[in-house]
Write a protein that binds this ligand. Structure first.
Ligand SMILES: [Zn+2]
Length: 354
């Protein structure tokens, strides 16, 4: 079975555990730069903080842009009350029910652990017990009084989830599998890639979780002919789900995106990816996600005339919760598919289906 080595899991752990709320990607950017310095011909950082790694191809006739966002869903401090409790706004779409009693890290003058507090069940009214929680029901308990909290934390500091990557069976489980698994896949692919068919711009984007913002400006600058987005997608292969609701299944291979809420992938790119996967015996599954979007949307549309765009998605359970989970086999197959696509893009068939 194709899977990841111990060394690869160690790198993936570091990439997942490093904080990087939207707009505050400094720590994860440092890790990305350390890794791509080893393999890219050169790299640059644009004004928004996107990292653009360049790899020269056999031909410079066409440009290929790959996008993997390095931000993670998080929060930002909005208010500290008289008792030292911290209020926040979300940065990205959280499922509030998963936040109860979770540990978070508030990145102030130094990193401090806080806990997501809410009304204890003992004092809830019968009506409150049956209702779902809202994001605004939560506050962060720092275990300190206002004076102590304000020594370290101020309004505008970012907040991220706290968790360590663990292995479960053939799966990896951690916060931020969305989308650090793709950051890892792109780093690994660059490392293996000696001579791609065309020039490759591997972009580690910022602020995807708040609306594909980094990918848009990077695409405007690069003006790619081809685009490939890398991101996680829903694997709802769980109790209570019917077969038609799965979207994807864990362990069934990398997913070739056909569409999501923001993008209809170019049918020629979808055909190309399927052919490359089949030719190289890469296990894949189709993905149609009714809602949501990825950097693929920005890459496809933010250049004059558009880019021929598609996406490779990594099936992920418990997405946008605190314990996201992916399968090492699917991760490996995603590296394999991206690698083989970049090698053989010179054989791309421009003809539309008849
Ligand atoms: Zn994502």
């Amino acid at each position: 079975m194709r899977t990841l080595s111990k060394k690869q899991v160690d790198l993936l752990s570091e990439i997942c555990e490093t904080p990087g709320a939207p707009g505050f990607e400094d720590s994860i950017r440092k890790v990305v730069i350390r890794e791509i310095k080893k393999t890219a011909d050169h790299f640059s950082i644009d004004n928004m903080g996107n990292v653009i790694a360049f790899k020269k191809g056999k031909s410079s006739d066409k440009k290929v842009m790959i996008g993997a966002h390095m931000d993670e869903i998080g929060f930002i401090v909005t208010f500290i009350d008289d008792n030292g409790f911290v209020y926040f706004n979300p940065l990205g779409g959280f499922d509030p029910k998963t936040l109860t009693a979770q540990r978070v890290i508030v990145h102030g003058k130094k990193d401090l652990i806080g806990v997501m507090g809410s009304k204890p069940i003992h004092v809830m009214t019968p009506e409150e017990r049956t209702k779902g929680v809202k994001l605004t029901d939560f506050y962060i308990d720092m275990g300190m009084d206002k004076k102590e909290v304000e020594k370290h934390i101020s309004i505008g500091n970012p907040i991220t989830r706290q968790s360590k990557l663990i292995e479960m069976g053939n799966c990896v489980n951690c916060k931020s599998i969305d989308n650090r698994v793709s950051v890892f896949i792109l780093i690994e692919t660059l490392q293996q890639l000696k001579k791609p068919a065309f020039d490759v711009y591997a972009v580690f984007t910022v602020q995807e979780e708040v609306g594909v913002r980094g990918a848009q400006v990077a695409t405007l600058q690069i003006q790619p002919d081809f685009g490939i987005g890398l991101d996680t997608t829903i694997a709802y292969d769980l109790p209570g789900a019917q077969a038609h609701e799965n979207i994807t299944k864990l362990g069934e291979g990398t997913a070739i995106k056909i569409m999501d809420g923001m993008t209809i992938c170019d049918s020629r790119m979808v055909r190309f990816m399927k052919e490359v996967a089949d030719k190289n015996k890469i296990k894949w599954q189709p993905e149609i996600l009714p809602a949501g979007g990825t950097d693929t949307a920005g890459i496809q549309r933010m250049t004059a005339g558009g880019a021929i765009a598609g996406a490779i998605s990594i099936p992920t359970r418990h997405l946008h919760q605190v314990i996201e989970m992916a399968d090492k086999h699917d991760i490996k197959e995603s590296i394999n598919l991206l690698y083989e696509c970049l090698l053989s893009l010179d054989k791309f068939n421009w003809d539309f289906e008849q």
